[in-house]
Every structure is written in structure tokens, then in C-alpha cells.
Design a protein around this ligand. Sequence first.
Ligand SMILES: Cc1ncc(COP(=O)(O)O)c(C=O)c1O
Length: 391
Amino acid sequence: MQIRPAKKLDLFPVYLFDQLDQDKAKVEATGADVIDLSVGDPDRETPAHIVQALCEAARNPDHQHYPSYRGLPVFRKAIADWYEQVFRVTLDPDAEVLSLIGSKGGIGHIPSALVDPGDVVLIPDPCYPAYKPGIVLADAKFESMPLYESNGYLPDLKAIPASICKRAKLMILNYPQNPTAAVATREFFEEAVAFAEQNEIIIVHDAAYSQAYFDGERVISFLEVPGAKDVGIEINSMSKTFNMSGWRVAYAVGNRRVLAALGKVKSNVDMGVFEPIQIAAVAALRGSQDCVTQMRSLYQGRRDVLVEGLRSLGWKVEKPKATFFVWLPVPEKGKPSGVFASEVLQKAHVLITPGKGFGDCGEGYVRIALTVEEERFREVIQRLKKSNFVY
Ligand SMILES: Cc1ncc(COP(=O)(O)O)c(C=O)c1O
């Protein structure tokens, strides 16, 4: 029998990082030691007290059954308390908090919960590639909001045509932003809330990097802005803040009607998070936050080594204020980002991500993840120098 996948799948590109993995494997097959600076996956281990909580909870037979869809009450309360402590945002753990199997899972389901076929979803360009598939699966359409360096990588909401605003039901925002590393101002979030109210557009703010900020300048939550809870939700994750990317645990907070809709989709198509993982997440949220402070200084140190090293080779690069990424223009003017990244991989055996992979507006840029040790960044600079990536 011939198996024919759904036509919709033709609309999915090969997932960016799958493609990069294949490119890397080809170079590694020649015996090369590739330094992989492509994915924003924390390289350090999950703090011991979190692992310990998982192990203890896993031994308890009460935690070995199907988990609740919305999340254990103790987990939802810990999230609400953490939001109060970190952002001064008050949440009702019963109705304004929902557990997710990673933010990617929540992001994938959100369009099915909120949009009808033909509705428009506004997404940033460049953006995290996982925003598009959920929109395609919901038979909706996405419209890009270009992010330009000249505007601090904030979308110009006034430039969105009225005809698109009319058809738009949902807007996805993400600050600190992947891939540009930009941080939103309070004024921008205020403008976004007013825009959402005026045009009846629900906002989903992806705050996966909310704790990965540098130089002591904390970043704000979307929900800190008055009225935000009336127009949308924020998705936050344990992955980056607590080095828990493999654990698949995250949560959505904010507007109760949006969360109820998302919860309805989830209860029908997936499950809750394994309870011992939720218990471990409680240990992370309620325990000492020293590990989070250490995470920030670790990435800040790497950022400084990388940026200063690249500058010494004549590259034009700014120090990011947040995220695990450095976003910089391709140093050879006019060269496509894919060609440049491929040359860096072939000659220096360093894997970086072409900006085009994040959207058309990412062309002309590359993204470098800060997810290897400082020593390896020194080696990256040596290799780039040796391979003559000097300007
Ligand atoms: C902007 C952004 N949102 C969400 C995610 C996914 O996070 P999670 O591990 O919670 O699915 C990532 C992962 O890289 C990301 O960059």
C-alpha cells in the first residue's frame, strides 16, 4: 500500500534544527570535531536538588498514574507564588495557571484552541520556528510582523494594515526574543495591550527566556502591564531557567478563558506532565534561586568572551541583554546567511544558525548560541581566525 502523508505536511519545512543536525553529521563523518553553537539547549546539568525531588517522587506509587491535565494543585500554586515573587503578578492558581508539556507543546496547541479556518495569526519575523506548524494545523494563516534592528526588533503595530487587523484573531510575541535577543520595553507591552483591545486580538507572549537576562537588568513579564490579563496569556518554561529542557515541563498563565480553551484542546489530545516532574518543578520554583543567578553569570561570561573575541576579528557585534544568543549581521556584506554559515561549518567546523532559518527578515544575520563552555568559545575564535574569517 502506498502511504500518502496529509497534504498539510507539504506546508511544513524540514525543521530548521533537523536540517542543521544533518549538516553537522556530514562534517563529523569526516572525523572533524564540530563545535555546535546552533541550538539554545542549556548544556549544564539540572541542579541536584531538582533531580533529587524527582527521584523521591518517582518512588511514590501515588505519582505513577495518569497525571491531571491542568497540573497538580501544588505545582500551580508554586507557579503563582513564583510569579508574585519574581514579577509582582498575582495569579489565581485554579483558573489562571495551566501546566504544559514544554512550551513548544502549548505553542503548538494554542491556534487550535483559539482560531478558525482562515483566521489570521500575527507572528514576528524572524521568530522561533515552532510558531508556524500549529497555525498550519489549525487551517489558519500567518502574517508576519517584521522585526528590524532600527526599531529594536519590536514590531511596528501601526504598520499592520487594517484589513489584516480585521482578520487577525491572535498575535504571538516573544521577549526576550529568539533569535534577535531583543528585550521589550514596558511601553511596547502597553502599546500591544491597547492594540489588542482595540482590534480584539488575543496576545500569547512566549517568555521562555524571562530569567536569562544580563548585567543585572531584569526583564519584565507581559502580565506586569495593566490590562494584559484581559487580552492574553504568557507561556513560561522550566527549560532554560532551571536547565530542564529534557524534562518537558512548562506552563501558561493569564487570561482564564484562553487557558480554559487551551486546556480543552490539551485534555483531548495530550496528557498532563508526569507527576514526579511536576514535584521536581515545585522544588525548582520554591527552592533557592542561586542556580538561576549562576546561570545568568555563566552565560554572561560566555557572551563577553565570544563578543570580545569576534570584535577582535573585526566582526560587528553587539552584546545581547538577554537570551542564550548572540545575533549579528553576516560580516561579509551581501552574502546569504546560509552560505556564510555553511562556509563557517566547512572551514572552521563551527555550527552557527543562518538567520534566514527564522524568517525572511532574518536574512543577513546569523545566530550563535552561548551553550558551550568559555574555553570552547576561545577555541571558536582561534578557529575563525585560522580560517581567515577576519574583517
Ligand atoms: C522562544 C522559545 N520559546 C519556546 C521554546 C521551547 O521551550 P520548551 O523547552 O519549554 O518547549 C524555545 C526553545 O528553544 C524558544 O527558543
